[in-house]
Design a protein around this ligand. Structure first.
Ligand code: NAD
Length: 474
């Protein structure tokens, strides 16, 4: 048995990375208990240090994103590094006021007295990140967790090894592992970490692995945030500005080669508008990525051969109305549109997570709403329409994590909007103040006077006490 085992149940590490994770796990507990993360000044300094580390390593991180996913530096800045700076700015600005204990009113029956809510750090936080935005989805939850005064262990995805290594270098150079530790590795390391005791687990990834994480969290009654995926629909009605809809749908779908959790997964187009929309999307794809997107060096690639094979199997030429070319040697897939396929086709079963866009048509908006509500609640939903009633009936008539009217993806760019799923697309949310809220416990404290001690709560019960209690509690 290890000497650490008196503080927590230790599992047997299978790899050196897992072993180092367990050592850091123990030191994080004492660091947290020392109160070192409690003050506003300490947390602010930590966040400033993180920003400085990101700035210093920005070229390395951009290069790593290019190597892992062939992301153009502009795209990487917009959707990863710049996005993180924006979140850091927002959190640093708001932190002082978010941390303040909040006074709330106290009922007459408890007077004289006062009540307050203290947002308090939870303790040890584990963040498990995916590969598709390997930087942003690793660091943004860490920002919230550190701002809330926690100590953090981060496990980046093994599928983006260059980003994982760059992150590890940056974190190890700038932070004590007792405050912010990073453990690289795959499923074995993840499993090893999940067997430890945590005060919060923040997971971003697939629904299947989300279920494994939820079970691990349940075993130790740790709160868990699950940022999962799903099939996010995008409705286009006849009233929509078709040119603009095409531009914004193509933007949301082709960004990161469709490997975006909030990318439009399939289109629901009002019958009669589909041909105009397809023509406009074809033009848009050519305008942005050229007549052969596979030759465009800015076209991001599919992350792995397994995912490339999974996607190309879905590309039935019978239903392709635009695109369809692939390049296995570079793991590239051209943005591809599908029409007139059966509703139970595999394209409509799993989350696509690639540049494939199936298009279904509907007669009435109620039909589109029914199709969505009969399925799992998606992470995102989009509607393109100039008609307020259509917009309202879709937004109110469906359940989804978050979304946009006449746009795709851009709701994420507003740090004032909480980001998270519902039902099968996850639970809990973050970004901006929600990132802070996600990682705190609201400790409630009542302070009562010692001068007066109202007798009616104490036995023996009498008719007078009963009258009084009924006066207060009605
Ligand atoms: P994934 O679930 O395969 O992996 C995510 C993380 O879990 C990785 O770090 C991986 O090492 C770890 N992991 C994998 N198998 C595990 C296991 N058996 N036990 C413990 N840990 C394990 O997800 P992915 O392929 O990296 O990402 C794609 C998925 O993530 C998509 O479904 C996408 O929609 C979703 N996603 C959601 C969001 C969001 O914010 N809601 C963002 C990005 C991606």
């Amino acid at each position: 048995m290890s000497q650490l085992s008196d503080t927590f149940t230790i599992n047997t590490p299978q790899t050196p990375a897992a072993a180092s994770a367990l050592v850091a796990h123990a030191s994080q507990n004492s660091y947290f208990m020392s109160g070192a993360t409690r003050t506003y000044e300490a947390r602010r300094l930590t966040l400033l240090k993180l920003r400085a580390a990101l700035r210093k390593h920005e070229p390395l991180l951009l290069e790593a994103l290019q190597k892992d996913l062939r992301k153009h530096p502009h795209e990487s800045y917009m959707t990863e590094i710049g996005f993180i700076y924006d979140e850091l700015h927002h959190v640093i600005q708001g932190l002082k006021s978010w941390m303040k204990p909040r006074k709330v009113s106290t009922p007459l029956s408890l007077q004289p007295g006062s009540s307050m809510i203290i947002p308090e750090a939870l303790g040890r936080v584990l963040v498990i990140a995916p590969w598709n935005y390997p930087l942003q989805l690793a660091i943004n939850p860490v920002i919230g967790a550190l701002a809330a005064g926690n100590v953090v262990t981060l496990k980046p995805s093994e599928l983006t090894p260059h980003v994982s290594a760059a992150l590890a270098l940056m974190v190890r150079e700038s932070f004590e592992p007792a405050l912010f530790h990073i453990v690289e590795g795959g499923v074995d390391v993840s499993e090893c970490l999940l067997a430890e005791k945590w005060d919060h687990i923040f997971f971003t990834g697939s629904t299947a692995v989300g279920k494994i994480v939820a079970v691990a969290a349940a075993k130790q009654l740790a709160p868990v945030t699950l940022e999962l995926g799903g099939k996010s629909p995008c409705i286009v009605t006849k009233s929509a500005n078709i040119e603009l809809a095409a531009r914004r749908i193509v933007f949301g779908k082709v960004l990161n080669a469709g490997q975006t959790c909030v990318a439009p997964d399939y289109l629901l187009v009002e019958k009669g508008a589909e041909q105009d929309l397809i023509k406009a999307m074809r033009r848009e794809i050519e305008l942005r990525y050229g007549s052969n997107p596979l030759e465009n060096p800015d076209m991001p690639r599919i992350v792995s051969d397994r995912h490339f094979q999974r996607l190309t199997k879905l590309m039935d030429p019978k239903y392709i109305v635009a695109g369809g070319r692939t390049d296995a040697s570079q793991l590239l897939i051209e943005p591809t549109l599908f029409l007139n396929f059966p509703i139970d086709h595999p394209l409509m079963q799993e989350e696509l997570f690639g540049p494939l866009l199936p298009i279904l048509t509907y007669d009435k908006i109620e039909d589109a709403i029914r199709l969505i509500t009969e399925r799992d609640h998606p992470l995102a939903l989009y509607i393109f329409s100039e008609d307020k009633d259509e917009q309202e009936s879709v937004i109110r008539g469906t359940r989804f994590g978050g979304g946009a009217i006449n746009d795709t993806i851009m709701h994420l760019a507003n740090a004032n909007l909480p980001f998270g799923g519902v039902g099968a697309s996850g639970h809990g949310n973050y970004h901006g103040v929600s990132s802070f809220e996600c990682f705190v416990h609201h400790k409630s404290v009542l302070k009562t006077s010692t001068f007066i001690d109202l007798p009616f709560r104490y036995a023996p019960w009498t008719p007078l006490k009963n009258k009084l209690i009924r006066l207060f509690l009605r």
